[in-house]
Design a protein. Structure first.
Length: 357
């Protein structure tokens, strides 16, 4: 019962002055009361001097009521619960102790919505000046870096200041799940490494290009660990955004994000799990997801004598960079040009399998 003052709904009880006395019939030593007074609640150990409602019930039966394994009406009908006082007050109990369903009753010190989130919600777009290109592939000269170099041309030509970071170049310790960044004296991550420094610099950028291959239907392990570590820019309190629990963030602004990804398979649905994962990461970290540039069977376009066939694709990717900067989105016609089929699946299979033998 001691937890119940913590889940008091301050709004529902702002004008309430009532005392609920719980007389546990199977153990007199467990008798207690909840005293509600204008949005506050006090736990009273033992029988109170006076009360509004007395509820007599066995401890196991009351636990069953609280855990919703026994309905109050059923407990009354079966004689397991008796009431002394106005029984209408008992009906109010669940409403009174419904907690903070809208997440608005406690003051949040930091930011529930960031400037970038507000901008997108208002249908506005400010041309990004500083761009972070985070490459999560362990291969510096692989397909991910190849695609990124093309997109970066469009960003450069649009006047952006682009900082490119190869994640494998940074010391990237694994998140311990210790919550020192939330509960420690200084509220800092225990790992004072390159990843921690970058995480706390993200807010300085207007746009982030997340360049990553698909590994086992998702993000490479080092990049997944990077995002695990971003919990250190959040606060532990819960807030409600779009009818979902989130955490407030410690910075007033975070970057918009574009996902750039190659995949070895030819089917586009191989990207789906990772795209959805990145979108959810963005919601939790207050990044704003702008869109994605996805290229299947990308190893084909890294073959030098095949690259002339992909010239229009490369140009579309470069143009996408310019469109992202100027409009904050990737036009559908460009996406079609980027993902158009140059080689059929049968041709891709033949080339790959013969080269592998």
């Amino acid at each position: 019962m001691k937890v119940w003052p913590l889940v008091l709904n301050a709004i529902e009880t702002k004008d309430v002055e009532e005392i609920y006395f719980f007389d546990f019939t199977d153990d007199a030593n467990e008798a207690c009361a909840l005293a509600i007074s204008r949005g506050n609640c006090q736990f009273i150990d033992g029988k109170p001097e006076n009360f509004t409602v007395k509820i007599a019930i066995g401890t196991k039966d009351w636990i069953a009521v609280l855990s919703k394994n026994l309905m109050i009406e059923k407990a009354i009908a079966d004689g397991k619960l008796t009431i002394e006082g106005d029984d209408k007050n008992l009906v109010k109990f669940e409403k009174y102790f419904s907690g903070d369903p809208e997440g608005t009753q406690l003051e949040i010190k930091n930011y529930s919505l960031t400037e970038n989130e507000k901008e997108i919600r208002d249908g506005k777009w400010t041309k990004p000046r500083k761009v972070l290109g985070l490459i999560g592939s362990p291969r510096k000269k692989g397909a991910t870096s190849f695609l990124y170099s093309i997109l970066k041309q469009g960003l450069d030509e649009s006047g952006c200041e682009v900082d490119t970071v190869y994640l494998p170049d940074l010391e990237n310790n694994t998140c311990n799940g210790c919550f020192t960044c939330w509960e420690g004296k200084d509220k800092k991550c225990v790992h004072d490494d390159g990843v921690n420094e970058l995480i706390h610099k993200m807010h300085e950028y207007d746009l982030m290009i997340l360049a990553t291959p698909v590994y086992a239907d998702g993000l490479p392990g080092a990049l997944k660990n990077y995002f695990d570590r971003t919990i250190s820019i959040l606060d532990p309190e819960f807030i409600i955004i779009d009818d979902h629990n989130r955490h407030p963030v410690r910075y007033p602004k975070m970057p918009h994000l574009v996902l750039l990804s190659p995949c070895g398979y030819s089917e586009m649905d191989n990207f789906h799990p990772m795209v959805e994962h990145v979108k959810e990461i963005c919601k939790n970290m207050h990044l704003t997801y702008i869109g994605e540039i996805l290229q299947s069977a990308t190893w084909m376009m890294t073959i030098p004598n095949l690259q002339p066939l992909y010239a229009s694709v490369f140009e579309a990717i470069k143009q996408a960079g310019k469109e992202i900067v100027s409009k904050g989105k990737i036009p559908e016609e460009l996406t079609k040009k980027i993902t158009k089929e140059i080689f059929s699946r049968g041709q891709i299979l033949a080339i790959k399998n013969r080269a592998s033998q």
